[in-house]
Design a protein around this ligand. Structure first.
Ligand SMILES: *Cc1c(COP(=O)(O)O)cnc(C)c1O
Length: 219
């Protein structure tokens, strides 16, 4: 993992260089889904502090296996589909929610005792069946989220279509950045995965979600 992490960090730095960005402005979210708690511990020992998980029971199980001081030293990112009835349980574990997309989620967040950071997931390629708020519904959803005192909308997230060509993804990353201009200065942009984070960073990503490039192929 040490070599893979070094390669990812170097690639992040190169992409930042190419467009004159400071690598400190890009958070590497290590997507540990399907990998065991030991893999998280190994990444932690190598300096990783941000982890992304997409399933609540799996995350709960792993977090239970990790030492408390490690858990509290990390930022936990929820990147999976978030069912509204799971919001309360997820809020016990996670610090940042990347997949805010529905009024029913907002209603559940509203019942919590304190505020959580969230990103609004945008269905950036307007794919049917895909999660996320459609671009033309974004303003209305953002206005609604603003009324929810327990959600701090920090920016936008997108998954994008699964294209194997990084350059083909670039227009979607660009579109998400343009959409984020309606948010305040310094809004977060969660975009870019193992296969395309270089283009995502050049287009303004602040949070790259990287799994296989760090942990290896998932089974
Ligand atoms: C699995 C996953 C990733 C990481 O994918 P890799 O291609 O392994 O880097 C990123 N974002 C989300 C939402 C995911 O579910």
């Amino acid at each position: 993992m040490r070599d893979r992490l070094r390669a990812v960090r170097e690639a992040i730095a190169r992409s930042c260089d190419a467009v004159g960005r400071d690598p400190a402005g890009v958070t590497l979210v290590a997507v540990s889904k399907t990998f065991p708690a030991d893999a998280i511990r190994e990444a932690y020992d190598l300096g990783v502090r941000d982890f992304g998980e997409n399933r609540l029971p799996e995350a709960q199980d792993k977090i239970d296996r990790l030492p408390r001081d490690l858990v509290s030293d990390c930022t936990w990112h929820f990147i999976g589909k978030l069912q509204s009835r799971k919001v309360r349980a997820a809020a016990e574990l996670f610090d940042v929610f990347h997949t805010l997309e529905s009024d029913s989620q907002l209603r559940e967040f509203a019942k919590l005792e304190r505020k959580r950071d969230a990103l609004v997931e945008v269905n950036i390629a307007e794919e049917p069946q895909k999660a996320g708020v459609l671009p033309w519904d974004l303003d209305e959803f953002l206005a609604q989220a603003l009324y929810c005192e327990r959600v701090r909308v920090r920016g936008l997230m997108a998954m994008g279509p699964a294209l194997d060509d990084e350059e083909a993804m670039r227009p979607f990353f660009r579109r998400l950045r343009l959409l984020s201009e309606r948010l305040s200065e310094g809004a977060w942009l969660s975009m870019g995965m193992s296969s395309d984070f270089g283009a995502a960073i050049q287009e303004g990503s602040t949070h790259v979600r990287i799994g296989s490039a760090l942990f290896g192929e998932r089974r």
